[in-house]
Write a protein that binds this ligand. Structure first.
Ligand code: SF4
Length: 419
């Protein structure tokens, strides 16, 4: 990291680079496959009845693991390292929410610029430095800083995320406040929120996460005015600088983080629309333009949720959901599972400590805990369901499959030859 002495910040302009040339991609794909591929998972993917050895069956959902956006982001990050072998390569935060993938990139010399200090660190970059923008994108102040430093930029932002940006920019242009269903601290939502401010920075947004928060906003909309101070306190960190609930809830447009639970997003959209209609009817207003919605759940998130619902029609005895604890789409798979059966959110196979003890992330306590379950114990037949979030590589899923069989006394070689 060297200071950009040859150009002033205002003269410098970032350079977007295409690193996906055919020869580079050939090398990169071999490397990516070596790090993340699994033959066991590839074979099991097409066996919807699962793999049964002795009294143990493991079933995978029809859709799981890496989505197209994550695959592309990883390919681009590997290609960047390949093309810029002699340059310093930086990554804004994490490429995706999976510690194994981020660890591999760090080992390859890709240096993370941690979220909170990214803007300060970017100040120190020069024109020879390379910055990778992760799959969730980055907020506009960060992108502006990178542009000013004149570095090479490899932007891996997923196309599905960019279509949300397009929608909220349109809301801002139309003078509509964006209501974003998402987590205000999530990188993608921060990036989307910054676009909701519009090109002139005058647009407004409000981020809501839960149905309780949605109901609170709906009550405020219906009543016309309420306790503004309490409102702003409740949503601290989740609204634009000029947002005023007394002014900016009159015309709204709803969007969402791409990885939310689809059923919850739809329910929020419905409640907000009803609240706007109730208010307008009470005021005798006839215009129908105060509410707009655009469903921005991405196809990959939806497919993984649908596939889990399908697996639950023929329920296994226990479900392991593999993925990074900070992964939004993975958390929602856990939420779906835990309503129906014993469900454990694990980051890797080593979380299966024994036939009884599982180290897992508890979504309610928001921490990793040990739990004890008797599901895997004994000689009775047991069916284990496994799914994984969009940021989980197949090698971690394979490790989990092998660990389940190993705990049940079945050797890995036998699993490989039987799959
Ligand atoms: S989860 Fe969806 S939005 Fe996120 S990277 Fe994958 S495809 Fe893109």
């Amino acid at each position: 990291m060297k200071e950009a002495t040859s150009k002033t910040a205002s003269q410098a302009r970032s350079r977007r680079v295409n690193v996906r040339t055919p020869d580079v991609m050939e090398r990169v794909q071999a490397e990516v496959a070596e790090h993340y591929r699994s033959e066991v998972v590839d074979k099991l993917r097409s066996r919807h009845e699962g793999l049964t050895i002795g009294n143990t069956t493991v079933r995978l959902t029809k859709q799981f693991g890496f989505c197209y956006g994550v695959e592309r982001a990883i390919d681009l990050a590997y290609a960047t390292r390949n093309v810029f072998a002699d340059n310093d390569v930086y990554l804004i935060g994490e490429i995706i929410h999976n510690q194994e993938v981020n660890r591999q990139l760090a080992e390859m010399g890709v240096c993370p610029l941690p979220g909170d200090s990214a803007v300060d660190e970017i100040e120190k970059l020069g024109p020879d430095d390379v910055v990778i923008v992760p799959a969730f994108g980055a907020d506009t102040p960060t992108m502006k800083k990178i542009q000013e430093r004149g570095c090479h930029v490899i932007d891996t932002t997923c196309g599905d995320v960019m279509s949300v940006w397009k929608r909220v920019r349109k809301y801002a242009k139309d003078g509509r406040t964006s209501i974003i269903h998402g987590k205000s601290s999530h990188e993608e939502t921060r990036a989307t929120a910054s676009r909701a401010e519009g090109k002139d920075g005058k647009g407004n947004y409000l981020v809501i996460l839960t149905l309780d928060e949605c109901d609170y906003v709906c009550d405020y909309i219906r009543s016309g005015k309420g306790d503004k101070v309490a409102f702003l306190k409740r949503f601290t960190g989740g609204y634009s600088a000029d947002f005023d609930p007394d002014l900016h809830l009159s015309r709204i447009g709803v969007a969402n983080q791409t990885t939310m639970l689809k059923s919850e997003t739809e329910e929020m959209q419905r409640r907000l629309e009803v609240a706007i209609c109730d208010r307008d009817e009470a005021l005798g207003k006839s215009e129908k333009d105060n509410f707009q919605v655009f469903d921005t759940i991405c196809g990959a998130t939806q497919e993984r949720q649908d596939a889990l619902f399908e697996m639950l029609e023929n329920q296994p005895d226990v479900l392991f959901v593999v993925g990074g604890y900070n992964s939004s789409n993975t958390s929602h798979l856990v939420e779906i599972g835990e309503k129906e059966l014993p469900t454990f959110f694990i980051r890797e196979a080593d979380c299966l400590k024994s036939l009884e003890e599982v180290l897992h992330f508890d979504l309610h306590q928001r921490e990793e805990v040990s739990s004890y379950s008797e599901v895997l114990l004994g000689d009775d037949p047991v069916v284990v369901g496994i799914t994984a979030g969009a940021s989980c590589p197949n090698n971690l899923i394979e490790d989990t499959i092998l660990k389940v069989f190993k705990l049940r006394g079945i050797d890995g070689d036998l699993v490989r030859s039987s799959s």
